[in-house]
Design a protein around this ligand. Structure first.
Ligand code: XIL
Length: 339
């Protein structure tokens, strides 16, 4: 009898150990606080077993790094390349991971046929066609959309994109209304960079713009803070927190949508410490502020990050290194989430 009991206890202890091991990932800790974690996925990542393992371990939400952008998805008016998007969506569904669409409208990575429009009507028609084609096809399968990406200049004026020039500033509300009408259950976001700190011109302009949308009953669920940060620039946790809270007061969600923290490379000990503090501060904010609903890094390893080619001399911005190993900053990030 005694031996039987010992065996049962030993078995239970092993089960407990296994389950606590299984839970020690960012996504499982984040789930307790009601937010998702995830990464952006380049379509090539899905052909690499090592990458797939990292994506699955860390993601309860994924976003496409490029394949949902106009130039990739719709290089001309009539040809739609659904193959890559379908592959990503199917991968996510089979692993019970949510999918975010990035992005319906942006000023970059656009095909030639939308570089100008003959009239406001033609631009609106093209916009509607894009929204309804995508959102009807993936209705119920894409949980949230970056409806418009990067709509402001640094001084808080609106960016003069082709949509702005052809339609006017109301192109944004037009897109939001059409998107809500097409898939009422999808969460609708406006996404931006350098918009995370209250008191910054762009952040304040975006807040005022979004508040006006809410006041007028235009459908919107949240705002994305891209958070492409750098250790050489100041980071102000209190200003990020108060910005998150003023969106909460409007009833809106905040997504940490494209996080990376780049450093001059090779990195110094002091930059690595600053980077760690920043990731931990963001983890703390995501935990403590109930309207933060996702924490997504832009890529996941220093091997495939967009940083080195876009910001020469900078890198090491992510939680996994070039050899796909977890860095000390990963461990610190998980520890902060686990506190
Ligand atoms: C970047 C991709 O990572 C690159 O592969 C591509 O060449 C350019 O775009 N903000 C955004 C993202 O909203 O779409 C950008 O992604 C990074 C900055």
């Amino acid at each position: 009898m005694k031996t039987k009991l010992t065996v049962v206890f030993a078995f239970a202890a092993v089960l407990l150990m296994l389950s606590s091991c299984a839970q020690k990932t960012p996504k499982t800790y984040a789930a307790k606080y009601g937010f998702k974690t995830g990464v952006s996925v380049a379509i090539g990542d899905l052909y690499n077993e090592d990458y797939i393992k990292i994506i699955k371990e860390n993601s309860s939400i994924v976003v496409a790094e490029n394949c949902m952008k106009w130039a990739n998805l719709r290089p001309n008016k009539t040809f739609w390349n659904w193959t890559d998007v379908d592959k990503l969506v199917e991968f996510a569904e089979s692993n019970k991971i949510a999918v975010k669409w990035h992005t319906l409208f942006w000023h970059n990575q656009n095909p030639g046929f939308i570089s100008s429009f003959k009239s406001r009507e033609q631009a609106l028609e093209t916009m509607d066609e894009h929204i309804t084609t995508i959102m009807s096809r993936y209705k119920g399968r894409i949980s949230e959309y970056d409806v418009v990406n990067e709509m402001f200049n640094e001084d808080g004026t609106m960016r003069e994109t082709v949509w702005y020039k052809s339609i006017g500033p109301d192109y944004i509300e037009h897109a939001l209304i059409k998107a809500r009408e097409t898939d009422p259950n999808a969460k609708l976001f406006l996404n931006e960079y350098n918009n995370e700190e209250q008191g910054n011109k762009k952040a304040d302009a975006m807040y005022n713009f979004v508040k006006d949308l809410v006041d007028r009953g235009i459908p919107i669920d949240g705002v994305g803070f891209q958070l492409h940060l750098a250790t050489i620039y100041p980071y102000n946790e209190a200003a990020v927190r108060s910005n998150i809270r003023r969106y909460a007061d409007l009833g809106l969600q905040v997504s940490f949508s494209e996080v990376d923290v780049r450093m001059p490379v090779p990195s110094s000990e002091s930059d690595r410490q600053t980077q760690m503090n920043t990731y931990c501060s963001l983890a703390k904010l995501a935990k403590e502020e109930p309207n933060v609903t996702s924490f997504i890094t832009w890529g996941f390893t220093d091997k495939q990050s967009w940083i080195p080619s876009t910001f020469p001399g900078y890198g090491e911005a992510l939680l996994y290194d070039k050899d796909l190993k977890k860095k000390p900053v990963y461990e610190a990030f998980v520890k902060e989430l686990a506190k």
